[in-house]
Design a protein. Structure first.
Length: 139
């Protein structure tokens, strides 16, 4: 496996509930290096753009509303097999289906308010990292 980068968001529900530290600790315990991280507050236009791939889905409007309701923490992460590895640490999108010990099992409250985002493929990771971070921040 080669070193890979992925993008992650600690979502508004988890930041508001005070779970950001525990989520970051779980990510670091899984061997990820935090290349860059910062707090952000998405505008409606930014949330619509970030989730444009879901624009036709019935949950899109609710997702945009949720992602703009409060501060988030955006992160650039690096590890061997980072994309699949983070998705394993996060657990299934629906916390009811997430494995014991995963971040979503521990902290998510519904399929929408699921506490963390992680890129799903190398192409999306590159786009999502570029959405929030400049090249100079990812050296
Ligand atoms: P995320 O990994 O950020 O990618 C898309 C997001 O849409 C997902 O996490 C959930 O927050 C949300 N989502 C996915 N499926 C559903 C669904 N069926 N109903 C509501 N929200 C969903």
């Amino acid at each position: 496996m080669s070193v890979e980068r992925t993008f992650s968001i600690i979502k508004p529900d988890a930041v508001a509930a005070g779970h950001a530290g525990e989520i970051l600790a779980a990510i670091e315990a899984a061997g990820f290096k935090v290349l860059a991280a910062r707090m952000a507050r998405l505008s409606e236009a930014q949330a619509r753009g970030f989730y444009a791939v879901h624009a036709e889905k019935p949950f899109y409007a609710g997702l945009v509303k949720f992602m703009t309701e409060g501060p988030i923490i955006v992160m650039a992460l690096e590890r061997d097999n980072a994309i699949a590895g983070l998705r394993e640490v996060m657990g299934a999108t629906n916390p009811e289906k997430a494995a014991e010990g995963t971040i979503r099992k521990r902290f998510a409250t519904s399929i929408e308010r699921n506490c963390i985002h992680g890129s799903d493929a190398p192409e999306t990771a590159a786009v999502e990292l570029g959405f929030f971070f400049g090249a100079a921040e990812l050296l």
